[in-house]
Ligand binder design. Structure first.
Ligand SMILES: *Cc1c(COP(=O)(O)O)cnc(C)c1O
Length: 455
């Protein structure tokens, strides 16, 4: 190892054998999901129409480690262990005494962290004999990742894609189709939930909340079809912990340990993936880390949302989960980081925020694109618009280190590349992108509609 090493790679044999479940180390247990009708805690049977039992067991497990099945590890081997880089040229460009490391998840076949869970979910569904999976997608990262995973395990995939992204990102749709999946613009005429939205607003740009309603409805009404979610749920966050588990080992190889861990946060899965293994070390008596979730100012659930029981979707078909929410009927504006346009946040991430174990920051999109270009010009990798929020968060922290003369170690998760998002970069470079604050009156209206949960 040389002093100026930039890339830390491990062997295939270093791919984690088990996912890390932070539920085992929580100082206060996670509030349970509730049945929307009875408001009583959900039982496994309530979720059985939507998910195979193996995933339901993971959802409620408090075991610290859950073994990664052999066939899933075999697929992971194609691109894992993902590289950890030291961003030496970016450090130099910023003139910071901080050390910046980034874990790069864009090396997966679909270009983001999402296959880490898509492959696992497709595997557990195929084990359970499921023929078809319905799902939603925002920018198309999740839809294309599940389409890829479905192709590997012989499962049909039906994707409801948020209308505004369907129009903005036609190549993501083409990628889903290339993998053999069906991709439908949401809201659609195919479901009751979609028809109700279109009746009220024929020009609806759609939202993740609406697309989730459509996908859940299709799974609930068809015996051979299950539903899959690309973020938010405990088992999804669990699958993403391969990111942080690898990073722990890679940093050990580098002789380092982060003071600050940064991820962008839409539903919270890539942030959880990089941060939970480090938080677990801390909760078991190890070194303290600052974890920073970077979310868009136009859809700021963690910084401006209410911590309350709410629905995961617009049509109120999902269980009630306790999370930071802007209200399930809130329609985020059509800004460019489509993967961050969700009204809620993972219950686990929300809970850790309430416990003071995670910080959050809301960032405007132009500053994020500017940081992304600075990153690209120094490191050569063009971040996805979602990931650019983490890059901006890291740049801000590195500049603060410079002001304070502190040589802190920063670890950021670069959740994906931006090669399918060149339209967004074109808009930014031609000066067409505007910063947007969240629509406070619209959030207030949506928050009024949060269900009253007693007790
Ligand atoms: C989907 C996506 C996100 C947001 O989802 P999380 O669950 O918050 O991680 C972030 N980055 C990329 C590249 C994505 O595709």
């Amino acid at each position: 190892m040389t002093m100026d090493q930039v890339k830390y790679l491990l062997d295939e044999s270093d791919i984690p054998q088990a996912w890390y479940n932070i539920a085992a180390d929580l100082p206060v247990p996670l509030p349970p999901p509730l049945h929307p009708g009875t408001q009583q805690p959900l039982g496994p049977a309530d979720l059985a129409p939507l998910f195979p039992m193996s995933l339901i067991e993971q959802e409620v497990s408090t075991e610290r480690y859950i073994e990664i099945p052999r066939p899933v590890r075999d697929v992971y081997r194609q691109w894992r262990v993902t590289p950890l880089y030291r961003a030496r040229r970016l450090e130099q460009a910023l003139g910071t005494p901080a050390k910046i490391y980034y874990k790069y998840e864009g090396v997966s076949p679909s270009g983001s962290h999402k296959p880490n869970t898509a492959v696992a979910q497709a595997f557990f569904n195929s084990e359970a004999g499921v023929r078809r999976i319905s799902t939603e997608t925002g920018a198309g990262q999740w839809g294309s990742s599940l389409a890829f995973a479905g192709a590997l395990f012989g499962i049909e995939v039906k994707v409801f894609m948020v209308r505004v992204s369907f129009d903005q990102k036609p190549y993501r749709k083409a990628l889903m189709q290339a993998y053999g999946a069906e991709c439908i613009a949401s809201p659609s005429e195919l479901t009751e939930a979609g028809r109700a939205i279109l009746a009220a607003d024929p020009a609806s740009p759609g939202s993740l909340g609406i697309a989730i309603s459509e996908a859940v409805e299709v799974a609930a009404k068809n015996d051979d079809t299950k539903y899959a979610l690309g973020s938010v749920l405990n088992h999804v966050l669990l699958h993403q912990t391969v990111i942080g588990l690898e990073a722990l080992k890679q940093l050990e190889r580098a002789g380092d340990y982060p003071d600050i861990v940064i991820g962008c946060a839409g539903g919270g899965s890539n942030l959880a993936g990089i941060a939970f293994p480090f938080l677990g070390e801390q909760l078991r008596g190890g070194k303290k880390v600052r974890v920073i979730a970077c979310e868009p100012a136009a859809c700021p659930s963690l910084t401006r949302g209410k911590y309350a029981y709410d629905f995961g979707d617009t049509a109120h078909l999902t269980p009630l989960v306790k999370m930071h929410t802007l209200g399930s009927t809130f329609m985020p504006p059509g800004f460019h980081a489509g993967g961050l346009r969700y009204h809620g946040m993972a219950p686990l991430v929300s809970h850790l925020k309430e416990l003071g174990l995670i910080e959050a920051r809301a960032l405007q999109q132009r500053g994020c694109f500017e940081a992304a270009l600075q990153f690209a010009r120094a490191e050569g990798i063009l971040p996805a618009p979602e990931s650019s929020h983490a890059v901006k968060g890291a740049v801000d922290e590195a500049l603060r280190c410079k002001e304070e003369g502190q040589a802190r170690t920063i670890l950021l998760n670069l959740s994906g590349h931006g090669h399918f998002d060149m339209g967004a970069y074109t808009d930014y470079l031609s000066g067409k992108l505007e910063d947007r604050d969240y629509d406070a009156p619209a959030v207030a209206r949506a928050l009024e509609q949060i269900p009253a949960v007693g007790g």
